[in-house]
Design a protein around this ligand. Structure first.
Ligand code: NDP
Length: 331
């Protein structure tokens, strides 16, 4: 078995030599356990948070431990009667060629329903995040203006398409012309602003002549400042993530949120696992949309478990286009 373990805590951007490859025997499952062969490994922004030795909603990865991450894999040995070798499952965790899990932590998948990688992106945790955030907090309505940052990414691409389905005018924010073009032409957002332009606030204001009723926040920093300046009375802000600052050891000075009071704006943080029932709910709702091709998604695939650290580094720089994945083994 091959594992990518944490060697030391990165101070800024994570680097290859913060991790090391360790080989050992594939373990034998104990009662209730299942051993899977990893097919796909998900690379997600939250992973940067697990590398800091800080108190958070989830504990940090310890030095010498395999890095955490959700996988899709095939069962190779099982001591849980609910799973047989050959079953395909989601939920095993670890940057590893083989993972040991409790059977109760795994969800069985059916080959052929959707590409297996989709269960880590559009039909998995990021898709559920977009769905939960929009359903519980954003609640976009026909005619409203919705702004989504990191719009071409795993969460943002679904968040914006859900707002379009609700009849809203949707404006994305993304890095570079290729991403902006895809957001407009394939995802069918009404507009998309490149956050690298010199006058972001003006560009976003031009794209949102009626202000902003829902802002789905994935980025923070200058992008957040531009979007917040356009919020309408009674706007909703989904505080989903602020990836722009994950590599910073000190949080940058935040915007002054005083105006939230006067405009009676509801800002609410969310963690996708708060409502576990949303996972199955979203999968049932979105699987037909993925099958018929009406819910679009995109993937960036890095080959080989040993390249997982590089994939995380790339993701935090915007080098991914859509869901970031590592292909660990054959489908
Ligand atoms: P993405 O696929 O969106 O990839 C990250 C993207 O962030 C990059 O492609 C890049 O897009 C953008 N980005 C990175 N750095 C910057 C920067 N300095 N300024 C502007 N944009 C930047 O990742 P996900 O869809 O998986 O995650 C999106 C957000 O959702 C993250 O903040 C994540 O932490 C959060 N999240 C929260 C969850 C929750 O339960 N609350 C669950 C899952 C995700 P670009 O090139 O367009 O700038």
């Amino acid at each position: 078995r091959r594992s990518v373990v944490l060697r030391r805590r990165p101070g800024g951007e994570p680097r290859h030599d913060d991790f090391e490859l360790v080989d050992d025997e594939v373990p034998t499952p104990q009662p209730g356990q299942v051993v899977t062969r990893t097919i796909w490994l998900s690379i997600d922004p939250y992973m940067r948070g697990r590398l800091w030795d800080r108190k958070s909603y989830a504990p940090p990865v310890q030095i010498g431990e395999p890095m955490t991450g959700e996988t899709v894999g095939e069962v190779v040995a099982s001591a849980d009667p609910a799973f047989q070798p050959g079953d395909v499952v989601a939920g095993a965790r670890g940057w590893q060629s083989h993972c040991v899990s409790r059977g109760t932590a795994l969800t069985k998948l059916t080959r052929g329903d959707a590409p297996l990688s989709a269960y880590l992106g559009v039909l998995g945790m990021p898709g559920t995040t977009a769905y939960s955030g929009m359903k519980d907090i954003g609640q976009p309505k026909a005619g409203e203006t919705v702004v989504v940052s990191a719009a071409s990414g795993a969460v943002g691409s679904v968040a914006g398409q859900l707002a379009k389905r609700a009849g809203a005018r949707v404006v994305g924010i993304a890095g570079g012309p290729d991403k902006c073009l895809w957001v407009q032409e394939t995802l069918r957002f009404d507009d998309c602003v490149d956050h690298r332009v010199p006058h972001l606030r003006e560009a976003l204001a031009d794209a949102c002549p009626n202000g902003v009723d829902v802002y789905f926040e994935n980025v923070g920093g200058a992008v957040q400042e531009a979007a917040f300046s356009l919020l309408n009375p009674f706007a909703r802000v989904v505080m989903c993530g602020m990836v722009a600052q994950y590599n910073e050891s000190e949080p940058p000075p935040g915007p002054n949120l005083g105006f939230v009071v006067g405009k009676r704006i509801r800002i609410e943080g969310m963690i996708v696992s708060d409502k576990p029932e949303r996972f199955a709910e979203w999968r049932a709702l979105a699987s037909p949309w993925v099958s018929e091709g009406s819910l679009h998604y995109r993937e960036t695939v890095i080959e080989g478990l040993e390249n997982a650290p590089g994939a995380l580094q790339l993701l935090l720089r915007g080098g991914n286009f859509g869901k970031m994945l590592v292909r660990v083994g054959p489908d």
